[in-house]
Design a protein around this ligand. Structure first.
Ligand code: AMP
Length: 388
């Protein structure tokens, strides 16, 4: 999850920048100001309580704010993350946010502080007041809002400075420049919050079909080296030609080729995905070090190891049947080859699984059952992992 708070005095540009962030990163937007204005427009009990306070430029009581935020968080359980605008506005609200995040099994990635001097914020708010229709965008109330900011909100920065997650941005620049600075910060944050799954299991355990479907469901990039190599051959690229030569001479494709392709996929998808799901890689202990190094280079690491477990007889049964489908692999051609392939997997890839299991732990999935049943089991584990 990517949870961000946008901070700054009234008129700093929080609302303007929020629009870009929620669209770019697909986050659930929580603007306490907007939520309060909605309650007021709908004349709810909360709205009636808050109306005169807001019109006077004072801060609404914490109880009201918590109720509004809780309502939004609870109704968005599967979001990629939250963007808070105008919250926390007091030191107490900083504690409240910590509590809300714990309840959601998550935490705030960073608080972005838009630094703007007072003269400029007043100028911007008066300008906005000409068209915003907001009763608090006038000289008298603006002065009170800024007083409230200086007295109660500005001290909140210290909380996040001490936590080490405060990011300062010069908010007096053009909208585009401020957006650019925020983009750079979030790019770094995204790297830290990528969710990377390595899917293990014997050939025939269903890694391929589940891997692809899981990627789609959770916004992950599916990295399966087998299909990636074949794709290069089909495309007739330079790399594809060299892969074909290795295939034709019965040699393994060199690790450099596989790693180059994976790196390219990672680089092209950074910023657009929630993480990666690896299938068929790493296949050897050597490749496992390569994956660790590659993820580290991108400021990320493995988040979850999963193993789909299917009894050997069932595997043989499935691969025997696969021979008659368009998913058939060369080793499916007879049972003896299938058994050899399973033995190879045991010798080379199981040690990789064992290494990762000892480092990160592993979730064992019962791979026996219908596709939907198994998919449901894996999904549940990924959901748990992602929200913790
Ligand atoms: P905004 O749209 O963020 O400028 O908020 C408009 C007004 O709503 C503020 O001046 C406050 O009166 C009230 N408000 C918004 N967010 C909060 C909050 N987190 N705590 C208390 N009052 C708030």
């Amino acid at each position: 999850m990517l949870n961000i708070a946008l901070f700054g005095p009234p008129g700093a540009g929080k609302g303007t920048q929020s629009e870009f962030i929620i669209n770019e990163y697909n986050l659930c937007y929580i603007s306490t100001g907007d939520l309060l204005r909605k309650e007021i427009a709908e004349k709810t009990k909360l709205g009636q309580e808050a109306e005169s306070i807001i019109a006077a430029g004072q801060l609404a009581p914490d109880e009201i704010i918590v109720q509004l935020i809780e309502k939004t968080i609870v109704t968005n359980p599967y979001t990629n993350g939250f963007l808070f605008d105008g919250f926390p506005r007091t030191y107490m609200q900083a504690y409240i946010l910590e509590g809300l995040m714990i309840q959601h099994n998550s935490s705030l990635n960073c608080l972005i502080n838009l630094n703007v001097n007072q003269d400029l914020t007043v100028q911007r708010l008066l300008e906005r007041g000409k068209s915003s229709g907001r009763p608090d965008d006038n000289k008298k109330v603006i002065t009170k809002r800024l007083e409230e900011y200086n007295e109660k909100t500005h001290p909140v920065l210290q909380f996040y400075r001490e936590k080490g997650i405060l990011k300062d941005v010069d908010g007096s620049q053009t909208i585009e420049n401020v957006t650019g600075q925020i983009k750079d910060i979030l790019k770094e944050e995204l790297k830290n919050s990528l969710y990377n799954v390595v899917l293990f299991g014997y050939p025939g355990s269903g890694r391929g079909s589940h891997g692809e479907a899981l990627a789609e469901k959770f916004g992950l990039e599916y990295i399966a080296t087998g299909p990636m190599l074949s794709q290069e051959i089909t495309k007739g690229t330079e790399i594809g030609k060299s892969i074909e030569e290795h295939y034709n001479s019965g040699e393994l494709v060199p690790d450099e080729v596989v790693v180059t392709l994976i790196e390219k996929r990672i680089e092209e998808s950074t910023g657009n995905v929630q993480g990666y799901i690896f299938k068929g890689f790493p296949r050897t202990l050597v490749q496992s070090y390569m994956l660790d190094g590659m993820l580290k280079k991108h400021g990320s690491k493995i988040s979850q190891i999963m193993e789909i477990k299917v009894p050997t007889l069932e595997l043989i049964n499935r691969l025997d049947k696969r021979r008659d489908t368009d998913k058939k692999k060369p080793y499916d051609s007879n049972t003896q080859k299938i058994i050899k392939r399973l033995q190879d997997h045991k010798d080379t890839t199981v040690p990789v699984f064992k290494k990762y299991k000892s480092l990160y732990g592993s979730v064992a999935i019962d791979g026996f059952g219908t596709h939907d049943q198994v998919f449901e089991r894996i999904s549940k584990e990924i959901e748990n992992g992602m929200s913790s």
